[in-house]
Design a protein around this ligand. Structure first.
Ligand SMILES: [Zn+2]
Length: 489
């Protein structure tokens, strides 16, 4: 009897301790947001919007097939840069790579300090002919309607390129000189891998022995109403990006006439393999960038969410469940599997000899291409299926810390220009040109000063890409502020 009572007390006691532990963690979870500091006011040049509009009118499209590359438009963009930004063109060292990618070096006054590299890309994805009619405005018209500017590239990524160029030109006009040298790297083929642009620029900088204090490319943005559980806008700074690998699976079996099919056909075998892969997803995990995300956003959340985030070891399964429920959440917690090409058969009464399928995997931080190959071999467990690696695969990027000069400097500039916004580290699920710069700095961040809302979230790479004019002006303010902030120790 005594023993039973003891066990009961023990259980009650343990329960209370767990509750106290959970409450303690929740109540002591401190906000990581910075106290707001005033920005240095700048007056946006009245020509800035016209400059942006002109840039959107130049069809710098990176085509799917290299033979469709139209150099005429890229030549025009070269002329546009020189004509529109004369001070930047003459007062910084300007180098051109593969004819159309640009690197500007704005020398700082203190050459002992490591430089900063700001990145962007001037190419855009095509507007598919069949979709042209769904655009409400000409995608290459640079048209302004009321408070919004329309066009392919208005978000991805001409706002970055023009935002940086306007900021630098403005600061040069003011006679400002940065303390730390600033490199501006603008690629012209990001949308098709960045081999001729960002890759070449990075190789050159490596040869020069450049080691950057921090690098900032596109990747994260300010999201409105897109982070569940948080009402305020959230600025997401990408501290890592996922890797990517495409694998081609193929199988060859005996064919035959469809009137006497054998037990298994090539199509059956391949379908079975894809089915197995879809029903055995890669394991879910909270990777380092996502842990950072929870640590920064947890304190800003309502009590229940805050409690889960503050005690993520206890609530990990719950958090993962929550993320798994949506495609965008799922992409943050695991390597994803996407069958993208499936080919077999030529005629309705012939059993094909072979079947092929291509799958694209986006690899979570901490995993690797080899892990992906091992996993799929295990899951498919069928030697008849051969696996071939496609081109342009990349391992997941290293994770840049949040306790660094670069992260703090970007965080500060965001708080200055967008005081109402919460800042958080993030995992970028797409690929950016920054991956070519991995060896140039341990501190690579991905943030584009644009506001992504439920209404324009699908517009980049999609239909009706557009951005509010105030967002464009804030982008210029942000880059100017970031350059100013970068002079501090
Ligand atoms: Zn982009």
């Amino acid at each position: 009897m005594k023993m039973k009572r003891f066990i009961l007390y023990f259980i009650i006691f343990s329960g209370i301790m767990v509750i106290l532990y959970v409450l303690f963690n929740t109540l002591t979870l401190k906000s990581k947001q910075l106290a707001s500091v005033a920005a240095t006011e700048i007056k946006i040049d009245s020509d800035a919007l016209e400059h942006f509009s002109s840039a959107l009118r130049i069809k710098t499209v990176s085509p799917e097939n290299e033979k469709d590359f139209d150099s005429l438009h890229f030549d025009r963009f070269n002329d546009y840069l020189a004509k529109t930004y004369p001070l930047t063109d003459s007062l910084t060292e300007h180098m051109v790579f593969s004819d159309y990618s640009h690197l500007f070096l704005w020398k700082g006054s203190d050459l002992g300090m490591k430089p900063v590299i700001l990145m962007g890309h001037l190419d855009v994805v095509p507007v598919i002919d069949a979709n042209r009619d769904f655009w409400k405005e000409d995608p290459f018209g640079g048209i302004v309607v009321n408070d919004t500017i329309w066009g392919r590239g208005s978000i991805d990524d001409k706002i970055g390129v023009i935002g940086i160029m306007e900021a630098v030109e403005h600061l040069l006009q003011e006679g400002f000189r940065p303390r730390r040298s600033i490199y501006i790297a603008i690629g012209h083929d990001e949308e098709i891998g960045g081999r001729k642009g960002a890759f070449e620029i990075a190789s050159y900088l490596k040869k020069q022995g450049v080691e950057a204090e921090f690098i900032m490319d596109e990747g994260g943005s300010i999201t409105s109403g897109l982070v569940p559980g948080i009402e305020k806008d959230v600025a997401l700074i990408g501290i890592a990006e996922k890797g990517s690998v495409s694998l081609e699976l193929s199988v060859e079996l005996e064919g035959g006439h469809s009137s006497m099919p054998g037990k298994e056909t090539a199509i059956d075998v391949m379908s079975e393999a894809i089915y197995k892969l879809k029903s055995n997803p890669f394991p879910a995990r909270l990777s380092a960038p996502l842990e950072g995300f929870l640590a920064y956003l947890g304190p800003e959340m309502p009590f229940v969410n805050k409690m889960a985030f503050a005690n993520k070891n206890l609530f990990q399964a719950l958090i993962i469940n929550e993320y798994e429920a949506t495609a965008s959440g799922n992409a943050l917690i695991r390597t994803t599997t996407a069958p993208t090409i499936f080919n077999s058969g030529v005629k309705d009464n012939i059993i094909p000899l072979s079947a092929k399928a291509t799958l694209n995997f986006r690899i979570i931080t901490g995993s690797s291409i080899q892990d992906v190959i091992n996993h799929i071999k295990n899951v498919i467990d069928d030697d008849r299926i051969k696996i071939k690696e496609g081109n342009f695969n990349t391992e997941p990027s290293p994770v840049s810390g949040t306790d660094s000069y670069g992260f703090r400097t970007i965080h500060k500039a965001i708080s200055q220009i967008y005081p109402e916004v919460i800042v958080s580290p993030y995992l970028v699920v797409g690929a950016t040109d920054a991956r070519h710069f991995n060896e140039l700095s341990e501190h690579i961040y991905r943030f584009l000063p644009t506001r992504i809302t439920t209404s324009n979230v699908k517009s980049f790479h999609g239909l009706n890409e557009r951005i509010a004019i105030t967002e464009f002006e804030n982008a210029i303010r942000f880059y100017a502020q970031l350059i100013r902030n970068s002079g501090s120790e």
